[in-house]
Design a protein around this ligand. Structure first.
Ligand SMILES: [Zn+2]
Length: 423
């Protein structure tokens, strides 16, 4: 076989744009997908056997710098954890600085784990652009969002100053890595002053924010009280002068220039139904993109009410999948999130779940022309998943009703993790 050209055969190929192909082949040349079709039409260099070839997975919401909290025990199935109490613990540890020395090591380790789990596109939220170097050098596609946070002016100035300083070091012509793009992440309405949202929107960069994540946030925005205020007062972050952008979380993506920016909304669990229509791509005549990154296992951990993904999808909104960080999720595997989602809602089609974990995330990150499906011309970013020895009427169930792992990840035509590395 010629260097840079390889064709892979597997029991199933899931192009995502198009139905699964039994006994399929993906031909790759020069880092791009050259052909996808049945093995009877084309011989392959390498027969992977009882495997599925799927597009590389897209993790639309994570924080690679965070690790599992010491002593953390996930709540037993059926029970849940108070999210404000969890947030308090995470925040106190961050403020104390006890975690900071381990951030860089966490990024390296978590990025490797994410790639091993089949991820080829990641939306990472990081302090002052900290994860950029490791991500830009890694075999993956990414948008790296620097976090800005602070209700009090001095705190907001500090975090946005650090974020803009980072942008200044990378964001000029020729310096932006080929596969990584910078963005900004105003943390959340309850933690981040309105002017930080407006400044971020003025940057013209891709943006992400935690929005409508918990009922306590709605209460704070509407009444300025409740458990979140008590927590913010306790850590000295509350600002008596604080004036929310609006009483509804959706106001944070639609007021003034906020409505011109791309927003990847993390969670969005408590977006009011009357605001759902605003998440339809057609609602943005100016070409901006709004999508929701749903993290099924984190959502379940905190006992939130059912996420409105179905109602959003029915309205035409793009709902993609994220793992959130290891501080709330057991792994950084999008396949694990897909399997969890299927187990908790088997009325959602396997085809749709796979699309949420791949193409929808690519669209949300403006990478769908390069990634997110197996289509000739796109980058050869893919994952190889071991399949069980049984048949299913719907082959998606071979992926979703299984705990067999991703065995290899390919990025731009090279195996970057797993069994065939070095081919
Ligand atoms: Zn998050």
């Amino acid at each position: 076989m010629r260097r840079g050209a390889i064709s892979l055969r597997a029991r199933y190929v899931f192009p995502v744009e198009g139905p699964p192909i039994a006994d399929g082949v993906v031909a790759i040349e020069g880092g791009r997908i050259e052909w996808v079709g049945p093995a009877r039409e084309r011989a392959a260099d390498l027969n992977l056997g009882n495997m599925a070839i799927i597009p590389g997975l897209v993790n639309a919401h994570t924080h690679l710098e965070l690790s599992r909290m010491p002593g953390d025990v996930a709540p037993a199935p059926g029970s849940s954890q108070d999210e404000v109490a969890w947030l308090r613990e995470v925040t106190l540890r961050r403020i104390s600085g006890e975690w900071a020395p381990s951030y860089a090591g966490n990024v390296e380790r978590n990025l490797a784990a994410a790639i091993e789990a089949g991820t080829t596109l990641v939306a990472d939220i990081t302090t002052a652009g900290m994860s950029w170097g490791a991500i830009a050098a890694a075999p993956t596609r990414a948008v790296v969002f620097a976090e800005v946070i602070g209700l009090k002016r001095h705190r907001g100035l500090q975090t946005s100053g650090e974020a803009w300083k980072w942008l200044g070091t990378i964001d000029h012509e020729g310096q932006v890595a080929a596969n990584a793009r910078p963005g900004l992440s105003p943390h959340a309405p309850y933690s981040t002053a309105g002017w930080l949202y407006h400044n971020a929107a003025g940057s013209r960069l891709p943006l992400t924010t935690h929005l409508a994540e918990m009922p306590e946030e709605l209460r704070l925005l509407e009444h300025r009280d409740g458990p979140l205020r008590a927590f913010l007062e306790e850590i000295g972050a509350w600002d008596d002068e604080w004036d929310p952008i609006g009483p509804r979380p959706a106001d944070y993506i639609r007021k003034g220039e906020l409505r011109d920016a791309d927003w990847l909304v993390a969670h969005g669990t408590y977006i009011q139904p009357s605001d759902f229509w605003q998440f339809r791509p057609q609602a943005s005549s100016n070409g901006r993109r709004v999508a929701v990154a749903f993290c099924p296992r984190t959502n379940a951990r905190f006992g939130h009410h059912a996420h409105p993904y179905r109602a959003l999808l029915e309205k035409g909104a793009i709902v993609c999948l994220g793992t959130d960080s290891l501080a709330s999720s057991p792994t950084l595997s999008v396949l694990d999130e897909m399997r969890f989602l299927h187990a908790s809602d088997d009325s959602l089609s396997g085809e749709l779940i796979l699309t949420m974990g791949t193409l929808f995330g690519a669209w949300a990150l403006r990478a769908e022309t390069a990634a997110g499906s197996l289509r000739p011309g796109k980058s050869a970013d893919l994952a190889v998943v071991k399949l069980p020895d049984r048949d299913e009427a719907d082959p998606h169930m071979l992926l979703l009703e299984s705990d067999l792992p991703v065995v290899a990840t390919m990025f731009e035509g090279d195996f970057v993790a797993g069994s065939w590395q070095g081919i």
